[in-house]
Design a binder for this molecule. Structure first.
Ligand SMILES: NC(=O)c1ccc[n+]([C@@H]2O[C@H](COP(=O)([O-])OP(=O)(O)OC[C@H]3O[C@@H](n4cnc5c(N)ncnc54)[C@H](O)[C@@H]3O)[C@@H](O)[C@H]2O)c1
Ligand SMILES: [Zn+2]
Length: 633
């Protein structure tokens, strides 16, 4: 019996079991399209669903079906939702005999009961979900099928016989010899066919690739030496991004300048213009303005204060430098201004400060149209954002970040909150501002260590997502350290674009946003191990990136040159590159408690290659080697 046979039907209808037995009987090759997707991407179906979403999975599925259905003489078990795409139905019905394996909902529920590999059924009421899927898909299965076989009777051999009888009784004529028009690639090829491109609105354009290795040996890609071997199983997911921001979603345009910025200007070779980014979060979208002297321009900030009142929250370090200017601009625009000056320091990012803000707002009878303005670094931004999220159930707020860290990181993404004595950032809310106004002139009064700490997060953005930006940072790191306004503005712009795009895709930290923790698993251990406040967060992250790059190299994901580049640029930014010697046992303990751990394994954000993130577990001996190589006295 020649030609391919394609099995369709709901999950749990028996496609894989029956398909395998049928293939054996007919002496054909059996392929399961879900397994094929997993083999190509290296990620399990639930992981692909979690990281990329269903739509992206369907795209991969369509690509696999297009290729596999063109292979001669196979039995192909398709995923339950494969029929949803017309393109798949067309390929299947034109290129082989399609058999619909049909089972009752009760049977399916019994068979799929505890199967964690069925992402669509990981819900409270799987029966209802199955009924809904069945209603939606049944007509499509019937449309595409040459015949239907009921699989409620779980006797596989009987069902195989039934299918074979059908095939003999009514052989299907396939119009074109598929082998000749085939664009098929060898099964198991790790690279996706290049003619399938992601829709232009998607930033994640390439692969989620996972390595599932048992008993693995890791070879240095450059020297060919064995650098680690292990018997443990580890999985990893790497996500590739467009190097360029998505133009539709990240409309980057110049506002204050009458000339369109040319490439050189956009890349930080000229100062004095305002860069405007739009963060696209639907109704919660907001602009980020970046430029030198924005606080001196009395027309900028007031235009984001809708009501008549504004309350500026700042601290006793930033207040003396910038509060008068900001207040004056608002008053000049006819706003009634309330000033709230808190004590400086991370230790004041707490309940007491939050209450002080509420006390003043209530005492001054600030209504729900009052706009809160955060004037300061990340501490003031997080506190004020949370106050705005909860005062009168939410009032508008504007971020005026005055540290590099807050300009490139904390003011984008909507995370607000305070510390609790039992944990940092434990109380908070997701709340987006009306606007972010980042004046690079404020960075000229920032202490050098604070500036370097901000550069760490800039390097991070290049290292995980944008290799050309990483190159740019390498070339321009001295300008950043010297506070060249144009270079700072470009670094802020590109960082905000990258962070905003990650946040747009994963506003509430479903998965993708985890890549922003590159360098942080090691960094948190350092901060925690030394006691908070010894090293600045950005310093710990800088050193953490050096460690993550070392580990990426040990696992064969980057070459030694890339590892060295991460170290060199971190060092040039004025950041520490040697980790404190906390003792191995303490290090491991600290790494384990990091909140990003799941299922007992430490989740590392690594790079593969430089400019692309990878979420992975690593064998403990590799971690020990990295600790040994990167710690000093
Ligand atoms: N919300 C988020 O997504 C997010 C992300 C990263 C960090 N954070 C939070 O941000 C905080 C760290 O932010 P940070 O690094 O900006 O620290 P910070 O707010 O404590 O500022 C650092 C120091 O610089 C001072 N300062 C601020 N601007 C100045 C200026 N222009 N000139 C001179 N001195 C100035 C501050 O008063 C402070 O002493 C942490 O609480 C962290 O949890 C939040
Ligand atoms: Zn950070």
């Amino acid at each position: 019996m020649s030609g391919s046979i394609f099995l369709v039907g709901l999950m749990g209808a028996g496609k894989t079991t029956i398909g395998r037995a049928l293939a054996k009987k007919l002496n054909k090759r059996f392929i399961d399209s879900d397994h094929e997707i997993e083999a190509r991407t290296g990620a399990s179906i639930p992981v692909i669903f979690e990281i990329e979403g269903e739509e992206s999975f369907r795209r991969r599925e369509a690509e696999v079906i297009r290729e596999l259905s063109a292979l001669p003489d196979i039995v192909l078990a398709t995923g339950g939702g494969a029929v949803l795409r017309a393109e798949n139905r067309q390929h299947l019905s034109q290129r082989g005999t399609v058999v619909y394996l049909r089972a009752s909902i009760n049977q399916i529920l019994q068979r799929t009961g505890r199967d964690k590999n069925r992402p669509l059924l990981q819900i409270a009421d799987p029966r209802r979900k199955l009924e809904e899927l069945s209603r939606q898909r049944e007509p499509l299965y019937r449309e595409v099928a040459d015949f239907v076989v009921e699989t409620n009777r779980p006797n596989v051999q009987f069902l195989v016989q039934t299918i074979m009888s059908h095939l003999e009784l009514s052989p299907k004529q396939i119009d074109a010899p598929v082998g000749q028009q085939s664009t098929a690639m060898p099964v198991g090829n790790m690279h996706a066919a290049s003619d399938v491109t992601a829709p232009s609105t998607m930033l994640v354009t390439e692969t989620i690739r996972t390595t599932r290795t048992t008993s693995s040996t890791i070879i240095d890609p450059v020297t060919g030496d064995t650098i680690a071997s292990s018997n443990s199983t580890f999985t990893s997911v790497d996500i590739h991004f467009d190097a360029q921001p998505n133009r539709r979603d990240m409309d980057t345009s110049s506002i204050a300048s009458s000339n369109q910025s040319d490439n050189d200007q956009a890349r930080g070779t000229s100062a004095g213009e305002t860069i405007r980014l739009e963060v696209d979060l639907g109704e919660r979208s907001y602009p980020i303005l970046i430029g030198r002297g924005l606080l001196d321009d009395a027309s900028v900030l007031p235009s984001y204060v809708d009501g008549k009142r504004a309350a500026i929250v700042t601290n006793d370090k930033v207040g003396p430098l910038y509060l008068a200017r900001v207040s004056a601009a608002l008053r000049a625009a006819g706003k009634q201004v309330t000033e709230i000056v808190l004590p400086d320091g991370e230790e004041h990012k707490n309940w007491a400060s939050l209450m002080k803000i509420f006390d003043v707002l209530l005492a001054e009878k600030c209504d729900r149209k009052t706009t809160l303005i955060a004037l300061g670094g990340g501490v003031i931004g997080d506190l004020t954002g949370f106050a705005a999220a909860s005062y009168m159930r939410g009032v508008p707020f504007v971020q005026v970040p005055t540290t590099l860290l807050s300009q490139v990181d904390s003011s984008v993404g909507g995370k607000t909150g305070i510390n609790h004595p039992l944990g940092k950032n434990m109380i908070g809310a997701f709340y987006q501002p009306q606007a972010v106004i980042a004046d690079t002139a404020t960075l000229h009064t920032l202490p050098p260590r604070e500036l370097a700490a901000g550069i760490a997060e800039v390097i991070k953005h290049g290292a995980i997502i944008d290799a050309p930006f990483f190159d740019w940072i390498e070339t321009n790191v001295a300008r950043l350290v010297a506070r060249d306004d144009a270079a700072l503005a470009y670094a802020i712009q590109r960082s905000c674009e990258i962070k905003a795009e990650v946040v747009r895709q994963d506003e509430r930290e479903g998965g993708l946003r985890a890549i922003l923790n590159f360098g942080h698993t090691f960094g948190h251990a350092i901060e925690n191990g030394l006691g908070y406040g010894q090293w600045l967060h950005g310093e710990a992250v800088g050193c953490g990136m050096v460690m993550a790059a070392d580990m990426s190299h040990r696992l064969g994901y980057i070459d030694a040159a890339s590892r060295d580049r991460v170290r060199a640029v971190t060092l040039a930014a004025g950041l520490p590159v040697t980790a404190p010697d906390l003792g191995t046992a303490r290090w491991l303990e600290l790494m384990q408690v990091d909140k990003k751990n799941e299922g007992g394994q430490i989740k590392f954000i690594l790079i593969r290659p430089l400019g692309a993130p990878l979420i992975t577990h690593a064998p403990q001996e590799v971690l020990l080697q990295t600790l040994a190589a990167c710690t000093g006295d």
